[in-house]
Design a protein around this ligand. Structure first.
Ligand SMILES: [Zn+2]
Length: 304
């Protein structure tokens, strides 16, 4: 699953590449997960929905991230009317932009990010007047695309419960308060709850807990003040390091054979089963927990 660092990396790349491009067409084979949104002041029923005729000619203002949702912000040159297109990569989404000179790709590493596009996982194609295309691929079809007016409330409603606070922006005080409210949750599961904080999944919950020396099955309420502080720092440090390294699925690191595509040079615990803990040399173990695999050091991260 693309987590916050992977989404941040592709959003930053798309922001540079798409800014100023003019939308020409949108094609998709995915009516269930493609929501055209409602024209402000338009009639109710399907005729009140946007169509490509309404959106053609809009210029990309920029690309940003809210939690794990990608927002491509558009503006019309004359009316200045603005609207974002929201894309959620969910479990297996990929975004690939390609024109004559460039290709950038990010998101889930399967199928390989260097496969030609469009391919059989391509769900939506946004075409621009410069001849470039943005492909939204999603092998398992959990992701979605929504067009909304830029009204903040509408954006928030569309993102829905995905909008837990951003772990890179949340203050320590707020983080602590939210932990207290959810005291009876197991800590790894809680970190992965998108309503608690947004953007952390299996990879960065393992990494943050390793850094903070906290066993993944501990209850939130059992953490000491110091552990809460270490966890807060562990989250920030592991996310920032991964962003710096290009996330776990940066296209530059997918080998030509498409081998897995995971690039984990930053990992201390995740997928490190059997390898020595960097601190104490005890082999990292993997355990099933709440339906997911937790990777941790059984010596540094004790249950009691
Ligand atoms: Zn250790």
């Amino acid at each position: 699953m693309p987590e916050l660092p992977e989404v941040t990396v592709i959003v930053n790349q798309l922001d540079k590449k798409l800014k100023g491009l003019v939308l020409d067409s949108i094609e998709y084979d995915w009516p269930k997960k493609f929501d055209w949104g409602r024209r402000p002041g338009g009639p109710s029923g399907p005729e009140g929905k946007y169509s490509i005729a309404d959106l053609k000619g809009a210029k990309v203002l920029g690309v940003e991230r809210r939690g794990k949702v990608v927002l491509i912000n558009f503006q019309f040159p004359i009316s200045n009317f603005q609207f974002p297109i929201l894309i959620h990569l969910k479990l297996t989404g990929q975004l690939i932009y390609q024109d004559e000179k460039t290709r950038i790709a990010g998101g889930h590493p399967i199928p390989p990010l260097n496969l030609p596009v469009p391919n059989k996982t391509t769900r939506v194609i946004f075409s621009f007047t410069n001849g470039g295309h943005l492909y939204f691929n999603d092998i398992r079809k959990f992701g979605w695309v929504k067009i909304v007016t830029s009204d903040r409330q509408q954006v928030t409603r569309a993102i829905g419960k995905e909008l837990g606070p951003d772990p890179l922006e949340i203050s320590f005080e707020e983080f602590k308060k939210r932990l207290e409210v959810r005291g009876q949750s197991r800590i790894k599961k809680l970190l992965m709850d998108q309503g608690f904080v947004s953007g952390i999944g299996n990879i960065y919950s393992d990494e943050a807990l390793w850094r903070a020396k906290i066993h993944p099955a501990r209850l939130a309420v059992s953490l000491s003040q110091l552990e809460v502080r270490n966890l807060y720092k562990g989250i920030q440090d592991s996310l920032k390091l991964a962003i710096e390294k290009g996330g776990s699925s940066a296209s530059a690191f997918v080998d030509s054979g498409g081998e897995k595509g995971l690039y984990l040079s930053f990992a201390k615990a995740y997928h490190m089963t059997g390898r020595p803990c960097e601190r104490c040399k005890t082999p990292i173990v993997r355990e099933k927990m709440d339906g997911r695999s937790a990777h941790f050091c059984p010596n540094c991260q004790r249950l009691t």
